[in-house]
Design a protein around this ligand. Structure first.
Ligand SMILES: [Zn+2]
Length: 262
């Protein structure tokens, strides 16, 4: 598919020129597009225009090696587009292992945060996208990839989490930090489709050869907070449903720092 057609699709979906746009994508689900993943990135930037800011997740899955924003790859789970994006000229990347990458006038404001642990706090890049009234585009992926829902979980102080650690340089030495993260299978994040659709707040349509969802980060967070305040476990499978990831999260301590060095 030609890039100009992808730009047309993005505008028809409702991508706001001049806005902040956080994209989670599986290129495999929407290909072929002329120019491959770089062609997709060019189409996203064209749809946003010169005043717009494009952001993508860019974190590492390596919890043992200290992070270097110039060399550490984005974890494979994020897909080829995300790992190409941070390497492009003019793209700004967070200095920490829970990195996001962005380009455009708001790039620094989105990605230059302190290391957030757990990863998706209000002070993290995804929190910044929320506070800047950014849009979220799920491109060939569902809400299970929607980090704004992890932000909502933290804002609601959900009572679950799983043990994680990471390694940072401190006083010139690799130093381990332990924390609990509000992670689980994330399949019940698909509930957000119903919540957004019921209020007409999610645009859906083709982008490339796949399906896309577009909504405001503040809308999905607000709707999730309403449900989480009624039932803090709304995103977890129930006990006895046979989901090992959700059972592990129930058994763990609430998301937060466990042990910080020094
Ligand atoms: Zn589950």
């Amino acid at each position: 598919m030609k890039r100009s057609e992808v730009v047309r699709q993005l505008r028809a979906l409702g991508v706001r020129p001049g806005g902040v746009l956080l994209v989670h994508t599986s290129f495999r689900a929407i290909r072929p597009i002329d120019g491959g993943p770089l062609g997709l990135i060019a189409a996203l930037r064209e749809a946003l225009g010169p005043a717009g800011t494009l952001a993508m997740p860019s974190w590492t899955g390596d919890d043992e090696a200290p992070f270097d924003p110039r060399t550490t790859p984005a974890t494979e789970d994020l897909g080829a587009t995300a790992d190409l994006f941070w390497r492009q000229p003019g793209v700004v990347r967070s200095d920490h292992l829970q990195a996001f990458a962005a380009i455009g006038p708001g790039a620094e404001a989105v990605v230059k945060t302190l290391l957030p642990l757990p990863p998706h706090t209000r002070e993290s890049p995804v929190g910044r996208v929320h506070d800047l009234d950014g849009q979220v585009l799920l491109l060939g992926v569902g809400h299970d990839a929607d980090t704004s829902l992890h932000l909502a979980e933290l804002m609601a102080h959900v009572p679950y989490g799983v043990a994680r650690h990471c390694t940072v340089m401190q006083d010139g030495k690799p130093t381990r930090i332990d924390y609990s993260e509000n992670d689980h299978c994330c399949r019940r994040f698909a509930l957000a489709d119903d919540w957004l659709r019921a209020e007409g707040l999610q645009a859906e349509g083709p982008v490339g050869h796949g399906m896309a969802r577009l909504f405001r980060a503040q809308d999905v967070v607000r709707l999730a907070l309403e449900r989480l305040h009624r039932d803090p476990f709304v995103f977890l499978h129930g006990r006895g449903e046979g989901c090992a990831d959700c059972d592990l999260a129930r058994a763990g301590r609430p998301a937060g720092l466990i042990q910080s060095p020094g």
